[in-house]
Design a binder for this molecule. Structure first.
Ligand code: XMP
Length: 338
């Protein structure tokens, strides 16, 4: 049981005491943890914080704009946006193996971040959005491989090479506490309650070789899917609604799923459009419900919702003429396709 205003005041004091007049850099990913860390640290030390936002070209539609609007425009945080998509695409050309792609994306991410951070010669601290479950995982008590999966997310090894001290103001918080804190610090509710998004981004949602053309198609298909999930309300059965607080149940299919996204299949199939024959790519939709992401069920989305998403993707995204729905559980399938 915690009192949010008191908690923020204490956390702000602690950050001020820790860093004094020194400067701090933080890698913003667009994810919840780094965003909340940035908002909290900015509340404490204002312009002593500089954020670096690396766009690897594998982010969701309008992600860059969303991050810049939220931090630079609305909160007045100093953010350096780095468009590194050219560099990432170059390194990924011809690479099809999922783990090889992950390694490349992770290594490039560290390199780009390091280069940018190296320019901020006054920085003495590296801030990270490490939360309590990450601390536990890193201590080796988590699932096997969990640390390596997340390693580039929390840019491990950077403090040493950059000779920076580590600032981790969320180290003692659980995810739901981080979210509450984010809302209290003025971050938009929809942002703070987003589904998790993997560090390698669309890089592991484009099967096989990553190409900019594929990423552009996938981004648009994915955005349509997410928009429809958010806009589709789930009617509450009368017998359940009675006596419950309003909002006790999930209000829409986005909130009712743990993770949902589109996957690009670099396979062409035949279709018809108007008088013509098409021969275009396939997109798979994935939506799962899970407590811990170790096991997951595929979400039983309503058929009319799936139909609407499929129609919209095929009509609005030229280059995709077929949409399929993934009905595999984890295990034996994983949540991501790579
Ligand atoms: P899987 O596909 O293993 O995914 O069932 C379980 C959870 O982990 C996320 N995931 C990743 N997150 N880097 C990340 O930061 C990765 O390389 C990665 N691979 C999977 C996935 O999105 C899901 O939430």
């Amino acid at each position: 049981d915690w009192n949010m205003p008191d908690y923020i005041a204490e956390a702000v004091e602690a950050i001020r005491a820790q860093v004094g007049k020194e400067e701090v850099i933080l890698g913003l990913s667009g994810g919840v943890d780094s965003s909340v860390a940035a908002a909290l640290i900015h509340r404490a030390i204002g312009d002593q914080l500089t954020c670096v936002f690396v766009d690897h070209g594998l982010l969701r539609l309008n992600e860059g704009k969303m991050v810049m609007d939220m931090f630079a425009k609305n909160l007045g945080v100093k953010v350096i946006q780095v468009d590194a998509s050219e560099q990432f695409m170059g390194k990924l050309a011809g690479v099809t193996d999922p783990e090889a792609k992950r390694k490349i994306i992770g290594a490039e991410f560290v390199e780009v971040f390091q280069r940018e951070a190296g320019r901020l010669t006054n920085a003495r601290w590296l801030a990270q959005g490490t939360i309590y479950p990450d601390v536990i995982e890193s201590a080796g008590k988590g699932k096997k491989g969990a640390h390596t999966i997340k390693s580039h997310h929390n840019v491990g090894g950077l403090p040493e090479t950059l000779n920076l001290k580590l600032l981790e103001p969320l180290r003692e918080l659980f995810k739901d506490e981080v979210r509450e804190l984010g809302v209290a610090l003025g971050l938009p509710h929809d942002m703070v309650y987003r589904h998790p998004f993997p560090g390698p981004g669309l890089g592991v949602r484009i099967l096989g070789e990553v190409k900019r053309e594929y990423a552009d198609l996938l981004r648009r298909a994915d955005a349509i899917f997410i928009e429809e999930l958010r806009n589709t309300a789930i009617p509450l059965p009368a017998e359940l609604a009675e006596g419950r607080e309003v909002g006790y149940f999930h209000k829409n299919w986005y909130d009712a799923t743990s993770q949902a996204f589109a996957v690009f299949l670099p396979v062409k199939s035949v279709g018809v459009m108007g008088d013509g024959r098409t021969y275009e790519y396939v997109v798979a939709l994935r939506a799962v419900q899970t407590q811990d992401f170790m096991t997951a069920h595929w979400a039983h989305l309503p058929h009319d919702l799936l139909g609407r998403v499929s129609n919209r993707i095929i009509n609005e995204v030229r280059g995709i003429n077929r949409v399929v729905y993934d009905i595999s559980g984890k295990p034996p399938a994983t949540i991501e396709w790579e």
